[in-house]
Design a protein around this ligand. Structure first.
Ligand code: PMP
Length: 361
């Protein structure tokens, strides 16, 4: 008898392993996932609570109020927007809609892991363009685009490297891609970027019919636990994604809280101020104890632990865990000697630096 086996490609997806193994029963500091250290906006919490009274109802399958709030906030048309259960779901929906067996899905070497999974889920072949110094090499990406390339995923800025691609290079990449290839700009961390030559991609979406921008409420708006993402693209692509998504993919309180979060500019400003200050502080302090810190435009830092035969990355992590601190290991990205550290509260950031100082200095 033939054995039961999953679909082609599924076996190549590594199960998601979080670095979040909390120390037994003790309170711990979780800097392993890129959340917002300030938490959610109070307006989002109030909207969530109010929506809880309607939990017996199904959510609005058209995400009407949420799309209206996004449209107002970014001055974009609501028929160019759809929403998802976190932007992870959007990445998967795009892959399912546009790629399949025999097709190629192209992305960059240290690109967000969700791209690899999405490609494999569809049975398409993931094709990976080498990066240079942990930054996307646009030429390498464009060179690998072929007749079979259905999607190019570009995380800009990228997780876990924290680097970004300047607007002019993204434009060049788009111009070099074949018309049958969809360029997906994953702009999850766009809000954190303070660089004049950065562009999250609204203009590219407006000018071309093969560009989609994907965003999330998990970072700036501090709603990672609610799972809300959205995409901005040409109506033909949005309509395609709407066809295949679960009609009730974004829960009722999630839609309400996300819409309310967009009406809380004070929380957004406080988040950015906190992030700017602590990214600078952490970078400085960690460099002072001999850690290589890569420049980051996000809410996390990629660090390389100095080569030392007596102190491996695993030993550093064990020490941090003993101090009740969790950070993200990056073996799955081929960055085994690196760690990703998310900006925490003032107290958490100090605890992290103190613990690293103990073990590395
Ligand atoms: N894209 C990038 C680049 C990310 O880093 C993440 C999550 N860390 C996501 C997408 C998915 O985020 P979410 O599903 O929480 O919206």
């Amino acid at each position: 008898m033939e054995r039961l086996t999953p679909r082609v490609g599924i076996g190549q997806i590594a199960p998601y392993r979080s670095s979040r193994v909390p120390p037994d029963g003790r309170p711990f500091i979780d800097l392993s996932l890129s959340h917002n250290a300030l938490g959610p906006s109070t307006k989002a919490i109030a909207a969530y609570r109010k929506a809880a009274l309607s939990l017996h109802r199904y959510p609005d399958y058209e995400h009407t109020l949420l799309r209206a709030a996004i449209g107002r906030r970014y001055d974009i048309a609501t028929d160019h927007i759809t929403c998802s259960n976190g932007s992870d779901e959007m990445i998967q929906l795009v892959a399912e809609a546009y790629a399949g067996p025999g097709d190629e899905v192209l992305f960059h070497q240290y690109g967000y892991r969700g791209f690899h999974k999405a490609a494999r889920m569809t049975g398409a072949t993931p094709v990976v363009a080498a990066e240079r110094d942990l930054a996307v090499d646009i030429e390498a990406l464009a060179d690998l685009a072929s007749e079979r390339t259905k999607i190019v995923f570009l995380a800009n800025p990228n997780n876990p490297t924290g680097s970004y691609v300047p607007a002019e290079q993204v434009q060049r990449l788009r111009a070099d891609l074949p018309a049958h290839t969809l360029l997906v700009l994953d702009s999850a961390y766009a809000d954190y970027v303070r660089r004049d030559n950065y562009d999250p991609g609204f203009g590219l979406v407006e000018e071309h019919d093969n560009v989609l921008m994907v965003r999330t409420f998990s970072k700036l708006h501090g709603l990672a636990g609610l799972r809300v993402g959205w995409a901005y693209g040409p109506p033909s692509i949005i309509e395609t994604l709407d066809r295949i998504r679960d009609p009730y993919n974004v829960g009722l309180p999630a839609q309400a809280a996300a819409a309310a979060a967009l009406g809380d500019p004070e929380h957004e400003a406080a988040t950015l101020e906190h992030n700017d200050a602590w990214i600078a502080w952490l970078s400085h302090e960690l460099r002072a104890i001999g850690v290589r810190v890569y420049p980051s435009v996000c809410n996390f830092l990629l660090i390389r632990v100095p080569p030392d035969p007596t102190m491996s990355v695993a030993a550093v992590c064990t020490h941090l865990r003993d101090r009740g601190i969790l950070v993200k290991t990056l073996g799955e990205y081929g960055l085994a000697d690196c760690l990703r550290i998310t900006v925490g509260t003032e107290e958490e950031n100090h605890a992290l630096v103190d613990a690293l100082r103990e073990v590395l200095e």
